[in-house]
Design a protein around this ligand. Structure first.
Ligand code: GLP
Length: 241
């Protein structure tokens, strides 16, 4: 997999936004899975600017999230659902019927995950899955050792992933221990994938990907045999070896 190395996260955001805007201009009813985290924030800002200047129309697009914390409803400011409404959906004038989020507070998480999978199938599958990368190589909440044939399901979060959230919680014991996540198999059924990598501590995960050998310990390497991956990375990731 050949990365497109860009000079900084701003350039990455612009390139990624052009990619997504081109899809939406070509296919206004595109079905897109969207990530949370620091990496996509610049992409979302740039995409909103492109939308506001009339580059594409957002009213027929459909959106799914990649993951959510168990126990967190979308109106909790620490939920991924809240993040997406704040940074992407509301500024893009997206209507609730265009969005299907994993409900972290679902009474029956297994049923919720099945319903979520069915909702993706009902709209014809994902045209694009936009992914960030966890420091331990996770994609969505598919942590190292995950079953690559699994669909959307509840998973335990690693200490590393929980530690990354700790800043939002006064009491570390309150950091959610589990998440709901799109499975690796669900993600790989997307017609196209846009993998974005920026930020500290990702050099090892990127090195695993560049080795080109699928490795269960690095979930991102599950993407190696996907036929349509665009991999955009901030070149500082490479320099931090
Ligand atoms: C979380 C999310 C992932 C995201 C990752 C990287 O663990 N579950 O979907 O890709 O963080 O986040 P960041 O972009 O902030 O480095």
């Amino acid at each position: 997999m050949t990365p497109i190395w860009l000079e900084n996260s701003d350039a990455l955001s612009r390139r990624a936004a052009d990619h997504v805007a081109a899809l939406l201009a070509d296919k206004p009813d595109a079905v897109i899975a969207v990530p949370t985290g620091a990496t996509p924030l610049g992409l979302y800002r740039r995409l909103i600017a492109l939308h506001d200047s009339g580059t594409f129309d957002s009213q027929r697009a459909r959106f799914f999230n990649l993951d959510e914390f168990v126990g967190k409803p979308a109106d909790d400011p620490r939920s991924y659902g809240h993040f997406l409404w704040q940074h992407l959906f509301r500024p893009l004038k997206i209507q609730p019927h265009q969005v299907r989020l994993l409900r972290g507070d679902a009474a029956d998480p297994d049923a919720e995950c099945l319903a979520f999978e069915r909702a993706i199938e009902d709209v014809g599958g994902l045209d694009l899955a936009i992914l960030g990368l966890g420091r331990n190589g996770h994609i969505a909440f598919n942590e190292p050792g995950s079953d690559w044939s699994a669909g959307t399901r509840q998973v335990a979060l690693t200490e590393k992933t929980r530690a990354a959230q700790a800043v939002l919680y006064p009491d570390p014991a309150e950091v959610p221990a589990a998440g709901l996540t799109m499975g690796v198999a669900t993600i790989k059924r997307a017609k196209a994938i846009l993998l974005l990598v920026a930020g500290d501590g990702k050099d090892e995960a990127v090195a695993a990907l560049l080795r080109g050998i699928p490795d269960q310990n690095w979930p991102v390497t599950a993407l190696l045999d996907h036929p349509n991956v665009t991999f955009i990375a901030d070149r500082h990731v490479r320099q931090r070896h």
